[in-house]
Design a protein around this ligand. Structure first.
Ligand SMILES: Nc1ncnc2c1ncn2[C@@H]1O[C@H](COP(=O)(O)OP(=O)(O)OP(=O)(O)O)[C@@H](O)[C@H]1O
Length: 314
């Protein structure tokens, strides 16, 4: 199927000379949820801004729905929704009017039934006559989502959709994002909460200093870069590792009471290694009284990736 968004060689240099996007290559498939992960200042918002026509780029191409955005910006932009990080609007505006108004901005006729459906799905219907300034932070965020959905976009950008909201609201948001995907909306979200990417995304991209470090299916990324860590506590300290353990990525703690394994590839190899090691310990007459096994999460992988690339680019 034709990708919904194709970004090629995209570069953005801000006025002060800072390269916020550096030859970015990214293809988004229709119907997927794509999570863009990156530390502060990595270029996530700039990338979204470039696709949404808010940031003027210095080079590269952006094709959405098969159209070159630099040549045919308007019709493609009408199919894109953006939920920005912050509300930049007239805070005295009424919720309902604010949301409904955005259809007109994209040349769509008014559709009160559709607006009602969106407001109800976000639990905003009862608040429709309230001024935006009277809402809580989480509710304001829902208003931003409602606004972005009002013109029925096929491609939706959510810039940090759950930053600063409480856990309950975050879970509600995840449900809502899942429901949008059910409707066929392609979703690109940026997040600091790796748990969010782990929960929601089909694919994950990692960006740092304007460069995309890696893009992969979430499951494939965890399988390829995942690690197993295990700490085996010994009953009595040993002076050195028996030579039969030489093939395993194990270290012995300084006091000789703990074996630390760090290996595997996220595919189950690590657990099999740990099982084999415990068997070998028994054979060697070394008693142990505890095993603590930890499979790496997307968070561990992300931290690893960003730290390594820091070493490379510093
Ligand atoms: N208008 C601007 N003028 C100059 N520099 C800018 C401008 N906007 C962003 N930058 C810089 O560009 C870099 C990328 O910023 P961007 O906001 O895209 O990052 P981000 O990944 O969205 O960060 P965060 O997670 O903190 O929101 C940062 O170093 C930022 O300071």
């Amino acid at each position: 199927m034709e990708p919904i968004l194709e970004i090629d060689g995209l570069t953005k240099i801000y006025a002060g000379g800072l390269k916020a996007l550096d030859d970015v290559q990214l293809t988004i498939k229709r119907g997927e949820i794509f999570a863009l992960l990156g530390p502060n200042g990595a270029g996530k918002t700039t990338l979204i801004g470039a696709v949404c026509g808010l940031v003027r780029t210095n080079g590269g191409t952006i094709k959405a729905f098969g159209q070159d955005l630099t040549k045919n910006w308007r019709s493609a932009r009408a199919k894109i929704g953006l939920v920005p990080q912050e509300l930049a609007t007239d805070m005295f505006e009424e919720v309902g009017r604010f949301v409904a108004y955005s259809r007109g901005l994209f040349g769509l006729p008014s559709d009160p039934a559709r607006i009602e459906e969106i407001l109800r799905s976000l639990s905003l219907w009862d608040k429709r006559k309230e001024q935006i300034r009277a809402l809580s932070g989480g509710m304001k965020r829902r208003v931003l989502i409602a606004k972005a959905l009002a013109h029925e976009p096929d491609l939706l950008f959510l810039d940090e959709p759950t930053a600063g909201v409480d856990v309950e609201l975050r879970r509600d948001m995840w449900k809502l994002i899942g429901a949008m995907r059910e409707r066929g909306v392609t979703i690109i979200l940026t997040t600091h909460y790796i748990e969010e990417a782990e929960e929601m995304a089909d694919r994950v991209g990692v960006i740092r200093q304007g460069k995309i470090l890696m893009v992969d299916d979430k499951a494939a990324m965890m399988a390829r870069l995942g690690r197993t860590e295990a700490v085996i506590s010994l009953v009595r300290p040993i002076a050195e590792l028996p030579s039969s353990f030489a093939d395993y990525p194990i270290t012995l703690s300084d006091d000789g009471t703990e074996l630390c394994y760090r290996g595997g590839d996220g595919s189950g190899k690590g657990k099999a290694d740990v099982a084999a090691i415990t068997k070998a310990l028994t054979l060697a007459g070394i008693d142990y009284d505890g095993i603590d096994v930890h499979e790496s999460s997307l968070e561990d992988i992300f931290v690893d990736l960003v730290e390594h690339s820091e070493g490379e680019t510093a």
